[in-house]
Ligand binder design. Structure first.
Ligand code: GLY
Length: 353
């Protein structure tokens, strides 16, 4: 690793393919892969507005923006465009965008003609630290988040930190939420580092952002290399996401904001259960607030309960929650579906104390 010139690379070797991940790569590096190959780029209207002139001579499929377009209808549009561009089994698909573009383009590439080669240029912090890495591709369906999808590793992921310059501040903060998640489940040093460098992170200091991306990908690729298809350890990455996804859907928060509140609730539940100290819980709240993220919101317990029950992380009887054993370590705990409402009421009381 060379933090001095802010570049590093990682590898994921899975049953569904191998990924070369370049932190500090450049958008123009797509020419290394697209040279001599029929290549189609999938992007969204926002990213295209900023960077279209850097896509080379490749054909481009442009989709709209926002969680509401992560649907089978958008997928159908992409398939039709692929047919229009005469994509065949030797073609290469490159997604250039944030998490939504990567998720949906990865799914399109993994399923069109039973699977094409594909890679990502992640343009948002959220995509760089999480969504582009690890081979989860898919779309939402009928009110269920990421319900239809496949595991398939992209051949390459380029995290070009300079592309974050055009990211709105709210989106940057949402990426911070997933970085804090990685620190909480697995790396107390990273947590301490973010605590000491909040102002620089918000001021977009490149070295601080590099450390956040680099450490996040190191942690995530380590976990995915051990458990690619989420039979065990990978489920740690769902910390804060059970309540987070429910809040995202019910209240229309964006992903990072919903996960921030979800992590606070999961941390509080860890305190109630006696696994985690209240003072560490308070440090987490302070850190998220210092990063400009929300830590609570008013919600209807019955509605959120219904949404949590729809989560695909549940089995028939229970939901697998990720709880903290302190900062930098976590554990799983199954919570019976019937106890969920009581747990949410206990949490509400905890916050009122
Ligand atoms: N975002 C969680 C995972 O990739 O497993």
């Amino acid at each position: 690793m060379t933090r001095a010139n802010l570049s590093n690379s990682f590898k994921i070797d899975g049953k569904t393919g191998s990924s070369d991940i370049k932190v500090g790569g450049k958008l123009e590096d797509i020419s290394i892969y697209s040279r001599d190959r029929h290549t189609v780029i999938i992007t969204d209207s926002n990213v295209s507005g900023h960077y279209r002139d850097r896509f080379g001579n490749n054909e481009v499929i442009t989709i709209k923006t926002g969680e509401s377009i992560k649907t089978l209808q958008t997928l159908e549009y992409i398939y039709k465009q692929m047919i229009f561009f005469e994509v065949d089994r030797n073609s290469l698909i490159i997604a250039i965008g944030g998490g939504i573009v990567c998720d949906i383009a990865g799914f399109a590439a993994s399923t069109f003609m039973r699977g094409l080669d594909f890679g990502f240029v992640a343009t948002s912090l959220l995509a760089q630290v999480d969504a582009s890495v690890g081979g989860k591709n898919g779309v939402n369906f009928d009110g269920f988040k990421n319900m239809i999808g496949v595991f398939q590793q992209p051949d390459f992921v380029i995290c070009d930190l300079d592309l974050l310059d055009t990211l709105p501040e709210r989106e940057l903060k949402c990426g911070f939420s997933e970085v804090v998640k990685h620190a909480l489940i697995a790396d107390s040093n990273l947590f301490n580092y973010i605590e000491s460098n909040c102002t620089n992170a918000l001021g977009f200091d490149k070295e601080v952002i590099f450390r956040m991306v680099d450490d996040s990908i190191r942690l995530k690729s380590d976990i995915v290399n051990k458990d690619e298809t989420e039979r065990g350890e990978r489920a740690k990455l769902n910390f804060g996401h059970t309540i987070g996804h429910a809040l995202q859907y019910e209240l229309g928060l964006n992903h990072g904001e919903a996960v921030s509140i979800g992590m606070v609730y999961a941390s509080a539940l860890s305190v109630i259960k006696g696994y985690h100290k209240r003072e560490d819980h308070n440090r987490i709240i302070a850190l998220l607030q210092n990063l400009g993220l929300p830590v609570d919101i008013d919600f209807d317990i019955t509605e959120i309960c219904k949404a949590v029950k729809r989560d695909k992380k549940r089995n028939q009887e229970s939901i697998k929650f990720v709880l903290l054993n302190g900062i930098g370590d976590c554990r799983f705990e199954n919570i019976n579906i019937n106890e969920l409402e009581k747990v949410l009421n206990d949490l509400r009381q905890f916050f009122e104390q």
